[in-house]
Design a binder for this molecule. Structure first.
Ligand SMILES: [Zn+2]
Length: 289
């Protein structure tokens, strides 16, 4: 079984991106895994600090490892947006494949120092773990926002990206390239789409030749996603779209069976709704659609 680094390099040489889906419960994990398994494509499951607190750090690591081993399948686990050394170390010790060490809210030089120090500690726990660093502003909260924040001043420049990678030694870069965490209500309704700065992605790629993640990709224009992958994006994060599907599917399951109390009879509606979104995104990222 290849490790995450090899899987990412392989996807890159095939012009594809690996899908990253945040999960908060077992139904979401089951749905994402079923989608990847049916399409036979590698997948990354992400859990933020909030999601980890709810599921349990060692518990989610055990669940994902169980799927990987039983089905001999390339499913990987990422500690998404981790803001402290303590919580990053906990994830590394639990066996996570990668960690997004996110100090992007700090001034640039301080972000560099703290990320560099974190890498030394985390690679000491597991030398194969991949560390992703973030620069620029892509907003916070994978939920539905009332208004779009102005992120235009926080876009990542190719020079900054190169300096950040050279001075920290990160394995993967998360830049700000027009992407944004969360969705506007109009995006949930499908009336508007996020648009990406494709030339900026291409410039960052050619300046750094690094692996690059696109965070906050829910609600992004499909063609922009295809162009972003062609320009050098290696991992695409989807969270809010899955959360919307989870809620709608759950409501549908409850409405369909108003007197039912058996969870495994109600929850398949949620599972199907999540699976539909994950499958559509994985097809696009892997050029299967
Ligand atoms: Zn993110």
């Amino acid at each position: 079984m290849s490790g995450l680094n090899e899987v990412l390099k392989q996807a890159q040489s095939n012009g594809l991106a690996v899908g990253h889906f945040n999960i908060a419960d077992f139904v979401m994990l089951k749905a994402v895994f079923a989608s990847a398994q049916e399409l036979n494509v590698p997948v990354i499951v992400g859990v933020s600090e909030g999601e980890r607190k709810f599921i349990g750090v060692r518990q989610i690591a055990t669940l994902v490892r169980g799927l990987r081993e039983e089905f001999d399948f390339p499913i990987f686990l990422n500690a998404d947006h981790t803001h402290s050394i303590a919580s990053a170390t906990e994830a590394a010790k639990a066996g996570f494949d990668s960690i997004v060490f996110d100090r992007s809210a700090l001034p640039f030089e301080q972000n560099i120092r703290e990320t560099r120090d974190a890498i030394a500690i985390l690679k000491g726990v597991n030398s194969a773990i991949l560390i992703e660093g973030e620069i620029g502003d892509i907003g916070i909260g994978s939920e539905i926002h009332d208004a779009a924040p102005d992120l235009s001043h926080g876009l990542t420049s190719p020079q900054e990206a190169k300096q950040y990678i050279d001075e920290t030694g990160i394995d993967i870069l998360a830049p700000a390239v027009g992407n944004m965490h969360g969705m506007l209500a109009s995006m949930v309704e499908g009336k508007t789409k996020k648009r990406l700065e494709i030339p900026r992605i291409a410039q960052i790629k050619s300046a750094t030749e690094a692996l690059i993640t696109l965070h906050g990709a829910s609600g992004t224009d499909d063609d922009d996603l295809r162009k972003a992958i062609a320009a050098g994006i290696n991992i695409v994060h989807i969270n809010t779209e899955l959360r919307v599907a989870w809620r709608r599917g759950l409501e549908e399951g409850l409405a369909k069976l108003p007197n039912e109390v058996v969870p495994y009879k109600i929850l398949p509606s949620a599972l199907q709704a999540i699976k539909q979104v994950a499958t559509a995104r994985l097809k696009l990222f892997n050029k299967l659609a």
